[in-house]
Design a protein around this ligand. Structure first.
Ligand code: ARG
Length: 261
């Protein structure tokens, strides 16, 4: 058809992987990371990020867009290689990442939390000393685990998995005593996996913020949409769109669908 077949004379978008300013916006995301991005049984993409993407690109900017699967650990390199135009992947804004990409304004608050097996002998953070924890590779969960390890004088083993499901398999198979990961995603596993619970305790969050958990939190984080450093025009449009959907109630509707529904 006329669509999707990039002729050899079409040189407008580097090597044809990325969109040009008139094309479809490709969005890199590590899927599944429920409730932020996942596929339903019939294969359709669901989640908070696709919901926000629809509100921004379809609702506000009138642009076509499409999600493209990417590994989280290499997702920033993939963005720089123009495999997609931007990243929406429950990605936390960090100083280190901001050296390589520019972030939109924050669009979600999250907390690092610790999921454990009930009755597995872990009752407080200190009980992790000398044990093995599981994380997703390249995430702020991994950084939080590294910080705990440092606090323990090195007495912690960290196993990093390409996807978050791998970390929870390790917890179930007793290859790890805990998973350190974003609170709302851990909540999905706590709800569906028998005998998996949150580690209790006070923490960074200590009841701040809209969905601040009442179990142990190791960090407070903000998610942002990541862009290449040369992409200020689109980034500014997206920031205006985020503001618009917060002001007109669209954001709250999407929020309630995934977090209070
Ligand atoms: N918020 C965490 C981070 O930025 C985890 C994000 C993982 N996202 C994903 N789609 N797997 O590192």
């Amino acid at each position: 058809g006329d669509n999707g077949d990039n002729g050899d004379d079409e040189k407008t978008s580097s090597d044809g992987k990325d969109d040009s300013d008139t094309g479809k916006i490709l969005i890199g995301s590590d899927i599944p990371y429920k409730p932020f991005e996942y596929r339903t049984a019939d294969g359709s993409l669901e989640g908070f990020d696709p919901g926000i993407a629809e509100a921004i690109f379809k609702g506000q900017l009138d642009r076509e867009y499409e999600f493209k699967k990417a590994g989280f650990d290499t997702i920033i390199d993939s963005l720089k290689n123009k495999n997609f135009r931007l990243i929406m992947s429950a990605m936390t804004i960090t100083d280190k990442r901001a050296e390589k990409v520019d972030f939109s304004d924050p669009y979600f608050t999250a907390y690092q939390t610790v999921a454990i097996r009930k009755g597995g002998g872990i009752e407080k953070l200190d009980d992790l000393k000398g044990k093995t924890v599981a994380v997703q590779k390249g995430t702020t969960g991994e950084s939080a685990a590294e910080k705990v390890k440092e606090d323990f004088g090195g007495s912690l083993t960290i196993h990093s998995y390409d996807q978050i499901a791998g970390a929870f398999n390790a917890l179930r198979n007793q290859q790890a005593v805990a998973v350190i990961n974003d609170n709302t995603v851990n909540a999905e596993f706590v709800n569906k996996m028998d005998g998996v619970v949150f580690l209790e305790g006070e923490g960074e969050a200590a009841k701040q913020g809209k969905n601040a958990p009442d179990y142990l939190t190791l960090t407070i984080e903000e998610y942002g949409i990541a862009f290449r450093k040369d992409d200020d025009d689109l980034r500014k449009q997206v920031n205006e769109a985020i503001k618009a959907i917060k002001d007109d109630g669209t954001y709250d509707k999407i929020y309630d669908k995934y977090f209070e529904g």
